[in-house]
Design a protein around this ligand. Structure first.
Ligand code: MN
Length: 237
């Protein structure tokens, strides 16, 4: 049995910020998962129904998160929001955490997971972090533009080793980690680029887009392979 992976989606049209679903679907198929796209439904019973189908949850990139969810007012450089998607994904994440489902968070997915667990964000890196490097690359998304240093002994370290090169198209970032989460990868300016579950929880989140680097990228593939291996355990239970 292939593990069934739910991929969170948006009602917004695909855009250049990596919100197209194709790279996620292709990544999951490449590493041996069965991808299904999750419609952002409003009915809580339907969210629970979706959750029962899944062996793993992939939280995709997209719009900014409403800062009300971490008790802040909107900063002038806050980007566009998708309130119904926020509401939906927050329910989805809570259910996945209750079930102990493997979670892979990408970009917005990392940020939202952090917020759900009580963490907060920089609403705009350039406005709050002096000396920040470029996190909105002008190069194509398939190109790795900056380094990430990984903490020794972490899950990310076992997957990626001490250092990796990543793409970067975000203007927000995790500030303080939520409960049960640890920041285990940072760019040289200190921005959080990898986040994971403490105590062996099968949760990994990255600020970059490994699926857009392509599965030929060894590090990108290793992340998705880890995720599928965790989800596979649910098909054997
Ligand atoms: Mn970055």
């Amino acid at each position: 049995m292939k593990p069934i992976i739910g991929i969170s989606s948006s009602y917004q049209p695909a855009s250049a910020d990596g919100s197209s679903l194709r790279p996620y679907v292709q990544a999951i198929e490449t590493v041996g998962g069965l991808p299904i796209v999750l419609a952002p439904v409003a009915d809580g019973a339907n969210v629970r129904g979706q959750m029962e189908l899944l062996d793993g949850l992939l939280l995709t990139g997209g719009a900014d998160i409403d800062p009300c969810y971490y008790n802040e007012e909107p900063h002038v450089h806050l980007g566009s929001l998708e309130p119904e998607r926020d509401e939906y994904e927050i329910k989805l994440i809570n259910l996945a955490l209750d079930r102990g489902l493997p979670i892979l968070g990408v970009c917005r997915g990392m940020q939202l997971l952090n917020v759900v667990l009580g963490g907060n964000l920089y609403q705009d890196i350039e406005s709050f972090v002096t000396g920040a490097i470029g996190h909105r690359q002008k190069a194509p998304l398939g190109y790795a533009s900056h380094s990430v240093i990984i903490e020794e002994g972490s899950r990310a370290y076992s997957i990626l080793g001490p250092k990796t090169r990543v793409n970067s198209i975000h203007h927000q970032a995790v500030k303080e980690p939520g409960e049960g989460l640890v920041i285990t990868g940072r760019s040289v300016d200190g921005i959080a680029e990898a986040l994971e579950g403490a105590k062996g929880l099968p949760i990994l989140a990255v600020q970059w887009h490994p699926e857009s680097l392509g599965m030929e990228d060894k590090a990108a593939r290793a992340i998705y392979q880890w995720f599928i291996a965790e989800a596979q355990k649910n098909t054997e239970a």
